[in-house]
Design a protein around this ligand. Structure first.
Ligand SMILES: Cc1cc2nc3c(=O)[nH]c(=O)nc-3n(C[C@H](O)[C@H](O)[C@H](O)COP(=O)(O)O)c2cc1C
Length: 407
């Protein structure tokens, strides 16, 4: 029977020692304005590397050094001179070398409309970019409507087709760069309301050109990265199960509903691009579904829908529960969000709702939680002491990431 300690092979040939994945966590440990990894970031990854994880996904790495999400993001310098580029490469190589025991996947991202105003990577009045422009269907409509947080985000404009092509190239160059620096793979971030999610959502993609077909940009990126980096490089994608904003209900159809998300999933797995894994999450800055505090596995219903609709599911399920299974057509499925106990993990795996599970906040507080889960079938974590409603009266993400033990 599959349990969280059962190894699993990915299509690219990498075998994970267990089913536990450290999900992406935007560490904010780089330099102001976005930079290559710092010694603090390297120390953090050294701790995760010995934490017993099957795979480690980095926090989002911004592919465009002007458009970063938060001021201290890990960022690839898109306009670096050759000399500077070499210097940068050594820093990324140092990060990869800090993780010798675990497959390391770099999460590549462009924040689009969700680039905060004060990133110090661009002038605060510079417009953000998105699939569609401001006004109806802009990047993050309810952010703009919120008096508290809208000043944090500049308005956004629609990308031209030429700019879309340039962004696709940034993703390809970023993947090649990380491969050269010693990473085992990349995850293309197309969830949580960032730029690629803005293309994937009918609420934010009102384009009339080829990129108005929601998955076009993502499939083009995945195809180009596969072709550039080869079959043995791990390529994954993070997708949202829905936008979960106030508008994405059946009364006012403007966000990504679960059926749209299923369409996205199917368009990607049925495309001609072989990818290794899909991680499921959900929400955006409009509605932080992925940072919910509610008990339970946040996106289980969506995983069930996927399993029911893909593969004529049975063949996949039978094979995926074994360590030495034949590799099937579907990518491995990672379910992330709200997973806190070994019992839950074993249930999800035995019901074949996913092939691996992702953990975010538990990994902030307990870097070796994966080892504890694998070794102890009773193990669970309690994060309630770390959850806060507000800091100095400002509503927070509902959680204070405790990464200070690395500093
Ligand atoms: C501090 C923090 C930073 C995060 N940064 C990222 C990120 O860079 N990229 C991403 O895809 N998800 C990010 N997430 C979301 C997590 O990967 C994960 O989807 C979410 O925390 C739900 O999983 P959990 O309940 O196990 O924490 C972040 C979450 C937290 C708490």
């Amino acid at each position: 029977m599959t349990s969280c300690g059962t190894p699993i092979e990915l299509r690219c040939g990498i075998t994970l020692q267990n089913r536990l994945v450290k999900s992406a966590l935007e560490e904010s440990l780089c330099k102001l304005g976005g930079s290559a990894p710092t010694p603090a970031l390297v120390r953090l990854y050294q701790q995760w590397d010995v934490g017993g994880w099957g795979m480690i996904i980095t926090g989002n790495i911004q592919v465009d050094s002007r458009h970063i999400g938060l001021p201290f993001d890990a960022t690839l310098q898109s306009h670096a001179s050759e000399k500077h580029g070499k210097y940068e490469e050594n820093k990324w190589r140092r990060l990869a070398q800090a993780v010798p025991h675990t497959p390391l996947i770099g999460q590549l991202n462009h924040p689009g409309a969700q680039s905060t105003r004060w990133t110090f990577s661009k002038a605060p009045w510079t417009r953000n970019v998105s699939a569609s422009g401001s006004g109806s269907g802009s990047g993050s409509e309810s952010i703009r409507q919120s008096k508290t947080i809208s000043p944090l985000f500049p308005p956004c404009r629609a990308l031209s087709e030429i700019e879309v092509h340039a962004i696709i190239s940034q993703f390809i160059n970023a993947a090649l760069f990380l491969q050269r620096s010693g990473f085992d793979g990349v995850q293309i971030h197309a969830a949580h309301g960032y730029l690629l999610a803005q293309f994937l959502s009918p609420g934010t993609n009102r384009r009339t050109d080829a990129y108005g077909v929601r998955c076009t940009i993502l499939v083009q990126i995945l195809r180009a990265v596969r072709s550039a980096c080869g079959d043995t490089f791990c390529i994954g994608v993070k997708l949202s199960a829905g936008d979960y904003n106030n508008h994405s209900n059946h009364k006012q159809r403007s966000g990504l509903l679960m059926e749209d998300a299923l369409e996205n999933y199917l368009a990607i797995v049925n495309s001609d691009v072989a990818i290794d894994f899909v991680e499921i999450s959900g929400g955006s800055y409009d509605s932080l579904a992925f940072l919910s505090r509610s008990q339970g596995v946040f996106f289980e219903e969506f995983a069930r829908k996927i399993r029911r609709s893909v593969d004529g599911a049975d063949e996949h399920h039978v094979h995926s529960s074994h360590a030495n299974h034949p590799i099937t057509q579907s990518p491995r499925l990672i379910l992330t969000g709200g997973i806190r106990s070994r019992t839950t993990i074993d249930r999800l795996l035995s019901e074949q709702l996913c092939d691996m599970v992702g953990m975010g906040r538990p990994a902030c507080v307990f870097p070796a939680v994966a080892r504890a889960m694998v070794n102890n079938s009773e193990h669970s974590v309690d994060l309630t002491p770390y959850e806060v409603d507000s800091v100095c009266g400002v509503r927070t993400l509902g959680f204070v990431g405790m990464m200070c033990w690395v500093l």
